[in-house]
Design a protein around this ligand. Structure first.
Ligand SMILES: Cc1cc2nc3c(=O)[nH]c(=O)nc-3n(C[C@H](O)[C@H](O)[C@H](O)COP(=O)(O)O)c2cc1C
Length: 389
């Protein structure tokens, strides 16, 4: 089955362009796990909650500003970690992190990035940036990545725990759409002294055989080998030792039990996320997970959210349900795909404008106004079909 004939998929397809590589990028960004049911659930959950606008509130001095881990930022909105940005546009992570800095929104660099830690830091300048770890089964390599991240101003560590390997994504499987095995997405490894030593030990010259080195990189950080809770104290202590105690976050939490375990272990923050529905098909909506998790542990840990946010009202709903901060993924990838750096800037500035205007017209003055009282929630099954993003 080719991507074009997979009519069961209910996920968004951007308009086709002529270039094969561009089509591959579009498919990679659009693919979800299995039948896309988790993605659908993510979007449906937003429809079950409705905002209740207030009238005659003086919102003339409203502000979208907030803080995250002691950083003052423009809005409770950040750039989610997304790998291999250069498949969408050659400007890649440097352009995206530059825009994040301009807008004063936090930027998260993925371990599967296609631009080195050092170059991203330079493009991001004085911006707020965090490092997302896909954790190698090679402690020396992990320490090397964390050290480079800290020395280059990445101020929080975010461990992603839902992707020990890529989910079963029909379209990518059908078309063998894995840029990682074509030499993309290994830049953090190719620029790492420990990883380069590992390549040489295996007879790979990382400067000459980039495809072999990239394959080795992605197999080093992924591919079927899970870590378990027992390793978390080591990672926290290692990061805190390197960074002098900066925050440690786990991304991918969906159950109350796991959220409680994070609290018990002393993890500073969690990102309630199901990876945009790309990992487990038929799973709970991330927004529904958020509601339960925030109720259980929201007072004891910094709760962040992502998966399915497509506009400012979604941001507000997530905050009203207990998130303190929201990350955005596909929106800015689409901007990057369509118009490079300008596309990312346009999409994220539009989201900020959307949020500001929504606050103005619905009677909200600041993020502290977003709470359960502004939501009407309905358990009826609102059907939202495939055309929605
Ligand atoms: C194309 C694509 C690549 C992604 N790459 C990563 C990654 O490298 N690391 C990671 O932790 N999450 C990754 N994610 C998940 C995002 O960080 C985030 O959880 C998700 O995109 C949020 O949902 P949204 O796209 O609906 O906003 C990726 C998501 C997409 C769509």
């Amino acid at each position: 089955m080719t991507p074009e004939t997979n009519r069961n998929s209910n996920f968004y397809r951007p308009p086709k362009t002529g270039r094969k590589s561009q089509r591959e990028a579009e498919y990679y960004a659009s693919s979800n796990a299995g039948m896309s049911n988790t993605h659908l659930a993510n979007r449906q959950a937003f429809y079950r909650h409705r905002l209740i606008p207030n009238q005659l509130i003086d919102t003339n001095n409203r502000s979208t500003k907030t803080t995250i881990f002691n950083h003052s930022v423009s809005a409770p909105i950040g750039f989610a970690p997304i790998g291999i940005n250069k498949i969408y546009n050659p400007a890649g992570e440097a352009a995206v992190s530059k825009v994040a800095s301009e807008l004063n929104l936090p930027y998260c660099l993925s371990t599967a990035g296609s631009t080195s830690i050092e170059k991203v830091a330079s493009a991001n300048g004085a911006g707020t940036r965090f490092f997302q770890l896909y954790m190698p089964h090679d402690d020396e390599l992990t320490v090397s990545l964390l050290t480079r991240a800290w020395e280059n101003g990445f101020d929080a560590l975010i461990l992603t725990t839902d992707t020990w390997q890529l989910g079963w994504r029909h379209d990518d499987v059908a078309s063998s759409n894995y840029a990682f095995y074509r030499g993309f997405g290994a830049d953090l490894g190719l620029s790492d002294p420990v990883f380069r030593r590992r390549c040489v030990a295996d007879g790979i010259d990382p400067d000459v055989d980039v495809v072999a080195a990239s394959t080795k990189w992605i197999d080093s950080v992924w591919h079927g080998r899970a870590w378990s809770w027992e390793k978390i104290p080591w990672l926290m202590e290692t990061w805190r030792g390197i960074s002098g105690g900066r925050p440690f976050v786990i991304k991918g939490i969906q159950s109350v039990g796991d959220a409680r375990r994070c609290v018990e272990l002393g993890v500073e923050g969690i990102v309630v996320s199901n990876h945009a529905g790309r990992q487990v098909d038929g799973a709970v909506a991330s927004l529904d997970a958020l509601e339960r998790i925030a109720e259980a542990v929201g007072e004891r840990i910094y709760v962040m959210f992502d998966s399915g946010v497509r506009g400012a009202s979604d941001v507000v709903k997530a905050l009203a349900l207990g998130a303190r901060f929201v990350f955005i993924g596909r929106l800015w990838i689409w901007g990057l795909s369509i118009q490079g750096e300008d596309g990312v800037r346009h999409v994220m500035k539009s989201l900020l404008a959307d949020l500001d205007i929504l606050m103005g017209v619905a009677g909200f003055n600041g993020v502290e106004d977003f709470n359960r009282d502004i939501l009407e929630s309905d358990s009826k099954n609102y059907t939202l079909m495939q055309k929605n993003l």
